[in-house]
Write a protein that binds this ligand. Structure first.
Ligand code: ATP
Ligand code: MG
Length: 330
């Protein structure tokens, strides 16, 4: 069975619609026919300013949402990145194979650094830690949104470089990106991606949000001049984004959606989008609350995942240490 791996940052209390449609929904569907590893990447979350108690809470919240979205601890290994120390160890080895100029070309760093008072070295090396996350598990496929394409290319380059220099060690991973949902955009700024850390409250649809708040935001989403529900990325990015959301949740194609709302204006369409979103989120929200009510059990589920993940990580690291020339302890 092919191995699949991905991660999500505990940088906010709730996942948003982009995380769900662009990533987590694929994680759930892939757990049945893949050897699946999914993690809450708390080490990545500390690359920007954070508060320790809040990080702990958000890590549990993220894990609870993963299970609530349908990840099954019997079918998938769900774990917390910092509980497997090999991630940072491999990160160092890969960092020493990464060119400074190569790392400097990462566009996510540039975007995120611009929003920080002080950009940390950790934020700069983030993509190298991500490469280590993936290579450690010898992942074949990595289901992510379009924003991760460049990081996945770096991961492949680093894997190839290591293999070439030190002998065949790492599987070359492929990004698994679904075109239709690769970039869900901000409701108020429909050319920017919806983001946990940079979308405004009005621009983001949180999985754990009250249905009435979700509805309001969708009704107020920036649409475009005109009144036709027509997919047109260039001239109607706002409407097109809502149509993509509709399509992903209703199963209708974009032309079918155009036909359904022909001559009806934006109002009815938006109301239906709101209903699709609130219907999709309601059960996830309910299950998340249930899981959070038993913190000890949630922590135990994660410990089981981290111990399974650790076994695989240690196997890879033993190989890496040998290949890289580190002396084995006598
Ligand atoms: P942050 O702003 O802190 O980076 P984020 O919203 O980008 O948070 P991540 O935890 O970095 O969320 O990403 C988790 C997964 O969700 C990744 O696979 C990412 O590509 C995907 N993703 C994030 N935002 C979107 C989006 N707007 N559309 C589609 N996929 C997305
Ligand atoms: Mg992100």
């Amino acid at each position: 069975r092919a191995r699949v791996l991905s991660g999500i940052q505990p940088t906010a209390g709730s996942f948003h619609l982009g995380n769900y449609l662009g990533a987590v929904r694929q994680w759930v569907s892939m757990q049945d026919d893949h050897d699946a590893f999914y993690m809450v990447v708390d080490l990545h979350a500390i690359t920007v300013e954070y508060e320790p108690a809040q990080l702990r809470e958000r890590t549990r919240l993220a894990a609870a949402q993963l299970f609530a979205c349908g990840l099954d601890p019997d079918r998938a290994t769900v774990f917390v990145q910092s509980q497997v120390p090999e991630h940072t160890e491999l990160q160092w080895v890969m960092a020493c194979l990464t060119g400074f100029g190569e790392a400097s070309r990462m566009t996510q760093f540039k975007d995120k650094a611009a929003k920080q008072a002080v950009a940390s070295v950790g934020l700069f090396t983030y993509p190298i830690l991500q490469a280590a996350d993936i290579l450690l598990y010898q992942a074949d496929q990595v289901p992510v949104g379009a924003d991760q394409r460049q990081h996945l290319e770096l991961t492949r380059d680093l894997a190839q470089r290591f293999n070439h220099r030190f002998g065949e060690t790492f599987t070359l991973p492929s990004a698994y990106i679904l075109k239709a949902v690769e970039k869900i955009t901000d409701l108020q700024d429909p050319t920017a991606k919806m983001s946990k850390s940079s979308s405004s409250p009005q621009g983001i649809l949180d999985v754990l949000e009250e249905p009435s708040a979700l509805r309001k935001k969708i009704m107020r989403a920036v649409t475009d001049t005109g009144s036709d529900v027509i997919a047109d990325e260039e001239n109607k990015p706002g409407v097109t984004n809502l149509m993509r959301i509709h399509s992903a949740l209703s199963g209708l194609s974009l032309p079918e959606i155009e036909a359904r709302y022909a001559g009806q204006g934006y109002g009815t369409f938006k109301k239906d989008v709101a209903e699709l979103v609130t219907d999709a989120f309601a059960p996830i929200r309910e299950r998340t609350q249930k899981l959070l009510a038993n913190e000890a059990e949630l922590d135990r589920m994660l410990a089981v995942g981290s111990s399974r993940a650790g076994k695989v990580a240690r196997e890879t690291m033993d190989l890496v240490r040998d290949r890289a020339g580190f002396l084995r302890p006598a």
